[in-house]
Design a protein around this ligand. Structure first.
Ligand code: SDX
Length: 433
């Protein structure tokens, strides 16, 4: 589909700007030459109207609630794939053959161990350190253990670093958790698949194996898949921008973990459960929380609600909600938090404020209820998001690094500060108090 060029009129000037049309008919005005030809720049808080890159990895349609990984609908991928198969798909662009998948899984499996020295690393942190901080630091530290495999322009280095990162993150998370509980580390096992291995390292003891419930492993596999990528979200953009300066993969992804830790982003799943616990502790009356969320003078927000892109529903939230009910039923648990969450959703979706602002449950709204049922501590929920998002960050970073049109990320600004003025010596400065 082609579109006529766009015409921009600024003052007396009129400028023709090329138009780009995406594979799903998204239309963009190409402003790469805007400042050079017109002297003006654009102003766009949070890049809400700005595409910095062309990407072939993930497609979202916020109005239709569509999410596809390399063209495959999330509903099919979640039900029919495995997390490592999705990781292969996101980075390589095509579903693997049986031999390709077996080789990929085998390589990841044989990189799950950490250098023994890293134990001292985890032990240097307070036992109550937030695991997102520990994870970001541990991922940064990988760059110090593999200095020969950091060059973003070396295909061998990038391939091995991507596999090491994907393979070692669950071990890092489990070992930092064991340190926080003052329990012995549990080593990975090569006879377990990726998700089962993570559960084993998290919940086994040297004296007793954790018995892996297939329903729990399946639900965690689906949750990781649902979190695997989400195009140019806050943390993926962070990974791309840091990598655009030719920083190595580990440094770029560590920055992504920090971006994800924010409560408006991946930190929301922890805040949702804390909010639901507060509601249940207050007797289950959700009205005050909904009222606060609507009060413009109150900074409180309904955590797990709203999204920059999805304006009808988040397809992931719908799948997670179903799994939350199934896992609780399978484990014969009756968690009051799920009932509170479902009641909150029902009330909010009938409230004009949420309807007008198009606020619906997002991926973080129900995920914490499942994680809690599986036995994960609340502060580990954002880390589980990070494990799931690892293949997406890797794929986005790889696409950026391999794109010959990539430029170092360096936005413009509109200056609103003081005009030119001369320096005033200390003795001559008037007291402003
Ligand atoms: C993720 O981008 C991604 O794809 C992210 C993600 C991914 O997979 O990577 O999907 C993961 O980060 C999900 C979002 C998790 N965050 C939360 O659940 C925190 C609560 N939600 C928000 O704070 C908010 O909705 C955001 C951050 C998600 C979106 O922010 P936007 O797009 O900048 O929207 P906004 O803050 O401008 O909100 C628009 C209006 C505002 O009201 P007005 O100023 O126009 O009067 O809606 C209101 C907001 O006050 N609003 C909310 C609200 N979210 C938005 N009001 C109450 N409760 C909320 N949750």
């Amino acid at each position: 589909m082609t579109r006529e060029d766009a015409t921009l009129r600024v003052g007396d000037g009129e400028y023709e700007l090329p138009v780009i049309v995406g594979a799903e008919d998204e239309v963009a005005v190409d402003i790469n030459r805007l400042r050079a030809t017109s002297g003006v720049v654009t102003f766009d808080r949070g890049f809400a109207n700005t595409a910095e890159t062309k990407s072939a990895i993930t497609f979202l349609d916020g109005e239709q609630g569509i999410l596809r990984y390399r063209g495959y609908p999330i509903e099919q991928v979640a039900e029919r794939s495995s997390f490592l198969e999705v990781a292969y798909l996101l980075s390589n662009g095509q579903l693997p053959t049986r031999s390709q998948l077996d080789e990929y899984v085998d390589e990841i499996t044989h990189h799950t161990m950490l250098r023994e020295d890293m134990k001292h690393f985890f032990e240097a942190f307070p036992r109550d350190a937030h695991p997102m901080q520990t994870l970001a630091s541990a991922i940064s530290a990988l760059a110090t253990y593999y200095p020969d495999a950091l060059d973003p322009r070396d295909p061998w280095a990038m391939d091995i670093s991507m596999k090491r990162l994907l393979a070692k993150v669950p071990t890092m998370v489990a070992w930092s958790y064991k340190h926080s509980c003052n329990q012995p580390y549990v080593y990975p096992r090569n006879d377990l698949d990726y998700v089962a291995n993570f559960l084993h390292m998290m919940f086994s003891f040297p004296v007793e194996e954790y018995e892996i419930d297939p329903a729990v492993a399946k639900a965690l596999n689906v949750l990781f898949i649902l979190h695997a990528d989400h195009e140019q979200n806050c943390s993926a953009t962070t990974v791309r921008v840091v990598g655009s300066g030719h920083a190595n993969l580990f440094s770029s992804v560590a920055a992504g973990v920090h971006a994800l830790s924010g409560p408006l982003h991946g930190g929301a799943n922890q805040r949702v459960v804390e909010m639901l616990e507060e509601i249940v502790a207050a007797g289950g009356d959700i009205a005050p929380f909904v009222a606060r969320a609507k009060d413009r003078d109150d900074p409180f927000r309904l955590m797990g609600f709203g999204h920059r892109v999805y304006k009808n529903f988040d397809p992931r939230a719908q799948i997670i909600k179903r799994y939350a009910q199934e896992v609780l039923e399978k484990l014969e648990r009756d968690d009051p938090l799920l009932a509170a969450a479902m009641q909150l959703e029902e009330v909010a979706l009938q409230d004009d404020y949420f309807i007008e602002k198009k606020l619906y449950p997002n991926v973080d709204f129900y995920s914490g209820v499942i994680y809690r049922t599986m036995g994960f501590p609340t502060d580990l929920f954002p880390v589980l998001f990070a494990i799931g998002r690892m293949p997406g960050w890797i794929a986005q970073w790889r696409e950026m690094a391999q794109d010959p049109t990539t430029r170092i990320g360096r936005p413009r600004q509109i200056y609103v500060g003081e005009g030119k003025r001369d320096w005033v010596e200390l003795e001559k400065r008037a007291d402003r108090s």
